[in-house]
Design a protein around this ligand. Structure first.
Ligand SMILES: CC(C)(COP(=O)(O)OP(=O)(O)OC[C@H]1O[C@@H](n2cnc3c(N)ncnc32)[C@H](O)[C@@H]1OP(=O)(O)O)[C@@H](O)C(=O)NCCC(=O)NCCS
Length: 199
């Protein structure tokens, strides 16, 4: 795998850039919207209350941004090309963050959040494809293992449109902001299959 970091990526309507501190307050505000955070699982449930407090979060984002341009960080802020507005975040993180047994940086997971104000315009699909093209075609990652709540078609339709293969077994997942477990689909895409479909 090549560690090229969060290189700027342009699509027809979007620019994806390495994150900066400038957008993080807005990202946090978006994350605090219940229709968004009901699908958030990056943080254990015990930190739920802390997440709601910007003063505590700001320090976390300040530290995270010190590594935004590191070559092993693959996280982007997405902006509209014509207005420059910030619309959300895309990431291609280690699959190990979800499954501690996966000790291989070339096996990744993906995540996406689009501001509800901008949802339903195809931006999520456009940004996700651009990021995944980059990860398979330029960074040469081996595989993506990911998932989405069955009740979240806006997310799993993106995976299906790109040709990800839905696995037979579903998985119960503890999302950060929900008390109960959520049933999710599991999707896999290998490099060979992606390049076969998209080159
Ligand atoms: C998932 C998310 C990023 C999609 O962003 P978006 O910009 O709205 O995505 P798109 O407009 O490209 O839509 C993706 C697909 O979902 C469909 N879709 C969008 N909203 C939908 C809804 N509420 N119900 C069913 N399908 C929906 C779209 O029609 C499109 O499918 P199509 O191309 O077959 O028509 C956005 O909904 C979001 O941020 N959700 C909250 C956070 C989240 O769920 N993250 C993912 C966790 S796995």
């Amino acid at each position: 795998m090549k560690f090229l970091g969060s290189k700027t990526i342009e699509t027809d309507r979007l620019i994806l850039k390495a994150q900066t501190l400038n957008e993080q307050k807005r990202f946090w505000e978006i994350l605090m919207i219940p229709t968004v955070n009901r699908y958030y699982l990056n943080v254990p449930i015990k930190f739920r209350e802390k997440l709601k407090d910007w003063d505590k979060q700001e320090k976390f984002y300040q530290e995270e941004m010190m590594h935004a341009n590191d070559s092993d960080v693959f996280k982007w802020s997405a902006f509209l090309k014509d207005t420059g507005e910030y619309i959300g975040r895309l990431s291609c993180h280690l699959a190990q963050e979800e499954d501690a047994t996966i000790n291989n940086p070339a096996i990744r997971d993906v995540g996406w959040v689009i501001d509800p104000k901008f949802q339903g315009n195809g931006y999520g699909s456009e940004a996700a494809k651009a990021m995944i093209d980059f990860m398979f075609q330029e960074c040469n990652i081996e595989k993506i293992i990911t998932g989405a709540a069955i009740c979240n078609p806006a997310s799993w339709k993106i995976m299906e449109k790109l040709g990800f293969e839905r696995q037979k077994d579903t998985k119960m997942v503890q999302y950060t902001f929900l008390d109960e477990l959520t049933e999710t689909y599991v999707y896999i895409m290998t490099r060979e299959h992606y390049l076969m479909l998209h080159q």
